[in-house]
Design a protein around this ligand. Structure first.
Ligand code: COA
Length: 195
């Protein structure tokens, strides 16, 4: 229980740290629907792990959706310090996996492309930022430190450190990432990444 409360406190602090508009932890605790949605998810996910509590878990998730505009399936696996900025319109599917210190802006979607059961939603590494309106669709892998541009549609894997923009998303490696530095040693890598 103490660990659970600590994780909720980290979510609060992550929002305060990442949003320049946030003035205090109290303000974040009271006025940030993205934080409320993450807290509700953490409760629902705990319930989801008990097979008999799966229906109540879905109900918690739906009440949170009605209150915050954020729908996170309780079966999704989400790391620590997720920050959902502005909340409204975010969807995270059942088999999505999200690393630590990730930011999701409003109306972003971690969705599926298939109606089949099984892994059908994306896996995000640590410190990924998903811009407003971006969609990441299917069981794709998005590496650590990736930035997905606003309104991008990602349907293929994105290497760590890359920036993905456009529809469908094009991959760009910023010159400062280790992968881009490797590419300078091996120009064939650069040709693959830079559009
Ligand atoms: C994608 C993003 C991370 C790129 O940031 P960056 O690395 O600083 O990149 P730059 O601004 O230097 O832009 C690089 C190129 O991508 C283009 N670009 C940037 N963002 C884009 C987007 N969302 N969609 C399409 N193209 C985009 C730029 O026009 C530029 O093109 P050019 O090389 O032809 O001139 C950023 O633009 C973005 O979309 N962040 C999401 C922020 C967000 O959702 N904020 C919501 C706040 S409420």
């Amino acid at each position: 229980m103490r660990r659970f409360v600590r994780v909720l406190g980290e979510d609060l602090e992550a929002a305060r740290r990442r949003d320049p508009a946030a003035r205090s932890r109290l303000e974040v605790a009271l006025a940030y629907p993205g934080v409320h949605a993450v807290w509700a998810y953490r409760l629902a996910h705990r319930m989801w792990r008990e097979p008999l509590l799966r229906l109540p878990a879905r109900l918690v998730s739906q009440v949170a959706r009605a209150l915050t505009g954020v729908e996170i399936h309780p079966g999704a696996r989400i790391g620590r310090r997720l920050f959902i900025d502005h909340g409204m319109g975010v969807v995270v599917g059942e088999t999505a996996v999200v690393g630590d210190d990730v930011v999701l802006f409003h109306t972003s979607t971690l969705g599926g492309r298939s109606m089949k059961r099984g892994k059908r939603h994306p896996t995000l590494g640590d410190r990924v930022v998903v811009g407003a309106g971006a969609k990441i669709l299917g069981p794709v892998w998005v590496g650590d430190d990736v930035q997905v541009g606003a309104n991008a549609v990602v349907v293929k894997d994105v290497p760590a450190g890359a920036v993905a923009v456009g529809v469908p998303a094009r991959i760009r490696m910023p010159a400062t990432t280790p992968a881009a530095r490797d590419a300078v040693e091996d120009p064939s890598l650069l040709i693959e990444y830079v559009i």
